[in-house]
Design a protein around this ligand. Sequence first.
Ligand SMILES: *Cc1c(COP(=O)(O)O)cnc(C)c1O
Length: 304
Amino acid sequence: MVNSFPAPDNFIIDTEPLHNALFLKKNVRVSMLRLDKMHPVISGNKIFKLHYFLDEAINSTHKQIITFGGTYSNHLAATAFACSVKGLKCIGIVRGEKPPELSHTLSGCIQNGMQLEFISRLAYKKINNEEFQNALKEKYGDHTLIPEGGYSLKGALGAKLIPAHFSSKNFTHICCPVGTATTFAGLVMGCEDEKVLTGFSVLKNLNVPEARLRELTVHSKNYSVNADYHFGGYAKKTGELIDFINNFYKCNKIPLDFVYTGKMMFGVYDLINKNFFPFGANILCVHTGGLQGNASLPGGTLNF
Ligand SMILES: *Cc1c(COP(=O)(O)O)cnc(C)c1O
């Protein structure tokens, strides 16, 4: 295990061109920003979203972070690892009663020193209420609170650091998966005005990411969120999606996760097919990582 990680502007991040007969036929170029390759443990968008929260906790006297997530949460995994590297105490509030056997994600969190507290799904619905947060303060003392998924302006400002890693290149279109929409908001804020951004929602209800973006993004630019590729909703999947991910790996040797990046890439290919992108478009797809989540699939589902 690598026990350090650089500041966001010092990460070395590749952009890799993809190849496919479809791209030639439609005269588009497609590349991937490989955030998944940044670091063996805290890959992807999460470390960017955590950046300013970690800074705040490091510069505090309490040196403690509290955050939230589900059983397979990439956000909890990244937070636990980042806190262990930075010498911060951290507490993860987990949605649902404690299961007899912990997921690989939660076991990893514990190994990294995260203290877990399980709360019922009903109680979890109230984690953003003042009352709940006051109770946390009473129980654990002063701390830096990171909202679920890092959803906040502070999280988006961290994600705004991502475009520095590709701004020197000539992309016309930027694509990114959308969960809480924090990463996408950061990309919108950090990209030059003329870039066209498409977010691929992994949630069924398009109103949610749209409302969240309105809340986070001061000025709307050239962006839209597509909700046609959620495959049934959050963490749902179909055989068609799994086949696509396996085929994508066979062709490009790039692993995708089934919750976020697999759905985005399926959408990008489908939209290219449907002539959504103009002739000559140079598309950058942000690989936001999340590969640890694939371990929740039955063995043999994926070919990598
Ligand atoms: C968490 C996550 C996202 C969603 O990011 P938001 O900022 O919540 O929209 C996208 N991709 C991967 C791989 C993730 O782990």
